[in-house]
Write a protein that binds this ligand. Sequence first.
Ligand code: OAD
Length: 232
Amino acid sequence: MKKLVFLTGAGMSAESGISTFRDSGGLWEQYPVEAVASIQGYERNPELVQRFYNERRAQLSSVQPNEGHRLVASLEKDFDVTVVTQNVDDLHERAGSHKIIHLHGELMKATSSRNPNDPKCIVTLPADNPVIKMGDKAKDGSQLRPFIVWFGESVPMIASAIDEVAEADILVIIGTSLNVYPAAGLLNYANLQCRIYLIDPKDVPYDQTLGVHHIKKGASEGMKELCELLRK
Ligand code: OAD
C-alpha cells in the first residue's frame, strides 16, 4: 500500500462552521492571538484563556465533520493514511480517520499547567460538559489547563510528523496558510519521489521547486478532485 500523508489546517474544518484564524473574519481578528494562544497570555490571565477554550469546546460539540474529512478517512481503503493536523478539533476522528497526529494539541483534552506534556496528567474532558474551571486540578496538583500547544511552547509531536512526511509517497496539504512553524516546514521533509498536492481556494506561499499540484478549491470539492486523480 502506498503511504499517503495529509497535513491539514483550519481550512479543513471551515466548511463544518469552525472559523479559520487568518482569513478575514478569522479568530485572530476577534481575539488577540497573544492573549489567548500564548503561554505568556495564559500566565497573565488564565481565566480569560480558560473561557476562550471553554467556548471553543461548546462550539465543537455543535458541529459535524464535512465531506472533506469523510473523503480523507475513506482513502484508508486503498492507502496507508496518516493525518498530521494543526487542528485541535476532533473532526478527523469523528469522520473515521484512525492515525492522526495532533501537532497543536486537542481541544477535548486537559492537562497540567506545571508539565503539560506529562502523559500521566493528560485527561479527556467529559463530552457532555467539556469545561475547565479555575480550581480544577491535574493529577500533579497544578491547575488543569487546555491541552493546546501555545505560541512559545515546544511542539513535541513534530518529530513523529517529520518521520511520516519523510516516508510519504503522496503528501496532501489542505487548508493551511503555512504561516506557523514548525508545521509549515514539514513539506521540506518530503522525499524527491513524493507527489505533493495542495487543496486551498487561495494561493499559499511554498517553495515552487517542490512541484506542488495546487487544486484551487475548498476542502470538500478539492478532496473529490483529489480522489479522482488518485484513482487514475
Ligand atoms: P489559517 O487561518 O492561517 O489558514 C487557513 C487556510 O485555510 C488559508 O490558506 C485559507 O485560504 C484556507 N481555507 C479557507 N477556507 C477553506 C476551505 N473551505 N477549504 C480549504 N481551505 C480553506 O490556519 P492554519 O494555517 O491552520 O495554532 O493556522 C495554523 C495555526 O495558527 C493554527 O493551528 C493555530 C493558529 O494560531 C494555535 O492556535 C497554536
